[in-house]
Design a protein around this ligand. Structure first.
Ligand code: SIN
Length: 528
């Protein structure tokens, strides 16, 4: 690939959601020359679709504490969260939220002027801070984009990241990109931060926007980084069901259940009672599994979420209300048809608590990263907080690492030919075999299906870069899911239905072999 242009920066940030823009703003304040690269428009990532809020303990909710938030996160993580990571990230939360508010984000207030709170699955307290009712992500994105615009941060929209450039020792020296017309360009920089979101588009039905195609995980793997916990794909239990459909589906926030909504089967019976002490507000994996069980038992396509007892539904949940009305449903008067859909990647590129990956100069923050916070199942609304905290820390790490000695020779390995399968084949295979309920035969068949549909080619435009990422990440998820012979958190194996303590704290790490295929390595096993 011959670049048609070159530019230089101290830090290239890939992605313009909460983690990316927080990192970029902080890095600019630290004096770094920053460029933000995004393949679409600046607000096209998943941040703006986050509904519930930011989970954070600000000290104004009687009885709540950071320790309680830590305990809830670890419980939701089903034994695989890293307790030190959870404590550090959640302890940093209040300061991170204060910085976000100083940058202009406005959170909802109660009639008495205090900050409003809501509750979501797995939380033992009303600690989730919402904005715009159920439009928290949109407000966070608005505030950060406005701050970036005020500061005149260079934003390169319509450019997809293809590969990290590395020197002869493997350290990052920049980023190769393609613009919307497929023209190649090069950004030279000693630091590249991946903040490119998750991979919900691996599945036919997802809450994620079209941009969530796993580009960051694929790029990191090709650059030699380690990824982990990919098998833990979180399905959101309540996504508006309007019939079989492919692509992004409207979320019905857990806060609807936090404020009294209840799940009903086709006979109108509450089926979460007795399943978990928190009933409808059990952690997300428990609810999604119970819904799947109910659908299988009744043969129905969806269950129903009854929020008719919630006062002034339209005002409290304007986003959900609008999506329901578009589908001809009045959630203030009738239960909402819902079903689970792919929602969040709990695993990703392995980083320390400063966003550093195993590749010098490559950083990751937000959904693309795996810090140890989420374990086997993310606690609701912990993700915006993680993006704020790790985004800021990664900016400081990139600034601190600036003096690291690097070879001057920056080599752009000519954009390599990579395996690419058609997106529809990948989505169909993943939906059938790697949703809630997986088994060895299905996972192996899905892997074969993707492999058979794969051709090796040099990606020449955004769609091909995305399809290559989806192909590689699908094979990595299938390999990890096939290796973990137990059920835990959001990884549900029908052939190994029980949690197995031999897998306690064993993260499955993946790297690529010399042929570019994902290889799974089992981490340390520590008895529970
Ligand atoms: C929700 O509002 O239910 C989703 C929030 C999240 O995924 O953290």
């Amino acid at each position: 690939m011959n670049a048609t242009w070159e530019a230089a920066a101290d830090l290239v940030v890939v992605g313009s959601g909460v983690a990316g823009l927080t990192a970029a703003l902080d890095a600019a304040e630290l004096g770094l020359r920053v460029v933000v690269v995004t393949k679409d428009t600046v607000d096209a990532g998943s941040t703006r679709f986050a509904q519930g809020g930011v989970a954070v303990v600000l000290g104004d909710v009687p009885g709540d504490s950071v320790e309680a938030h830590v305990a809830d996160t670890i419980t939701a993580g089903a034994g695989l969260s890293d307790a030190a990571a959870v404590t550090e990230i959640l302890t940093d939360g209040p300061a991170a939220v204060a910085r976000l508010r100083a940058r202009g984000a406005v959170f909802d207030r109660r009639a008495d002027g205090a900050l409003a709170r809501t509750r979501e699955g797995g939380h033992s307290a009303f600690r989730v801070v919402p904005a715009g009712g159920d439009a928290t992500g949109a407000e966070v994105e608005r505030a950060l984009v406005a701050a970036a615009t005020d500061r005149r941060l260079p934003l390169l929209t319509g450019h997809v990241a293809v590969d990290a450039l590395r020197d002869d020792r493997g350290a990052v020296t920049g980023l190769a990109v393609l613009d919307d017309a497929g023209r190649p360009g090069v950004l030279r920089a000693p630091a590249v931060l991946l903040a490119s979101g998750g991979y919900g588009q691996l599945y036919a039905s997802t809450t994620n926007p079209a941009t969530s195609t796993g580009d960051g995980v694929a790029l990191a793997l090709r650059a030699g980084a380690t990824v982990a916990d990919l098998e833990f794909v979180q399905f959101h239990p309540t996504v508006l069901y309007t019939g079989p459909a492919v692509g992004r589906r409207p979320l019905v926030t857990e806060a609807v259940r936090g404020e009294g909504g209840v799940l009903l089967d086709r006979a109108g019976r509450r089926f979460m009672t007795g399943v978990h002490p928190l009933a409808d507000l059990a952690p997300r994996d428990v609810v999604a599994k119970a819904i799947t069980r109910t659908l299988t038992a009744t043969g129905a396509d969806c269950v129903h979420l009854d929020g008719t007892a919630i006062p002034d539904f339209a005002h409290r949940f304007p986003t959900v209300h609008a999506a329901c009305r578009d589908a001809g449903i009045d959630p203030a008067r009738e239960p909402i048809p819902v079903a689970p859909a792919a929602h969040y990647a709990c695993g990703g590129v392995v980083t320390d608590l400063h966003g550093r990956t195993s590749v010098p100069g490559l950083y990751a923050a937000g959904e693309v990263a795996r810090t140890g916070l989420h374990g086997a199942n993310r606690l609701a609304s912990n993700s915006l907080l993680e993006g704020l905290v790790i985004g800021a820390r990664a900016a400081r790490a990139a600034a601190a690492d600036r003096g690291a000695v690097r070879s001057a020779a920056a080599c752009l390995v000519a954009s390599p030919a990579v395996p690419i399968a058609p997106r529809a084949v990948v989505q169909q295979a993943m939906t059938v075999a790697a949703g809630i309920g997986r088994d060895a035969a299905g996972l192996a068949a899905a892997s074969d299906r993707v492999e058979c549909a794969t051709a090796v080619a040099v990606p020449e435009d955004r769609a091909a870069v995305e399809d290559a990422a989806l192909t590689l990440v699908a094979q990595a998820v299938l390999a990890a899911a096939g290796t973990r012979t137990e059920s835990r958190g959001c990884h549900v194996r029908t052939d190994f239905p029980e949690r197995d303590d031999r897998w306690q704290r064993a993260s499955l790490e993946l790297t690529l072999d010399t042929a570019g295929r994902p290889v799974v390595r089992t981490g340390t096993v520590v008895a529970a």
